[in-house]
Write a protein of this length. Structure first.
Length: 95
């Protein structure tokens, strides 16, 4: 899992990068920074093969800001909790 901090002003650049082959084949999740009571940027979470992630890293390094390890952990925990809630909800529906 790779996590990037993208300024909102670079959103169009991010979308162009995400549309390129083979980057578009990655699993993509975006979260607005307001989920952490901040503003002005997006968190971009990419998952997939290491080969495709490497290509995405090279391209996104030009538009992303440095992200602290503690921020990465918070974003990762948020994503994992959301996924767990979805799985729990589906379990109660199809239980």
């Amino acid at each position: 899992m790779d996590i990037y901090k993208i300024p909102v002003s670079k959103k169009q650049d991010m979308e162009k990068i995400l549309a390129t082959d083979p980057v578009f084949r990655l699993s993509v999740t975006t979260k607005d920074s307001t989920v952490f009571n901040q503003s002005g940027f997006l968190y971009l979470i990419l998952e997939g093969s290491e080969e495709r992630l490497k290509i995405a890293r090279d391209m996104l390094s030009k538009i992303s800001e440095n992200i602290k390890e503690e921020e990465k952990i918070k974003v990762q925990e948020l994503i994992e909790n959301e996924r767990k809630n979805v799985y729990d909800s589906l379990g109660s529906i199809f239980g």
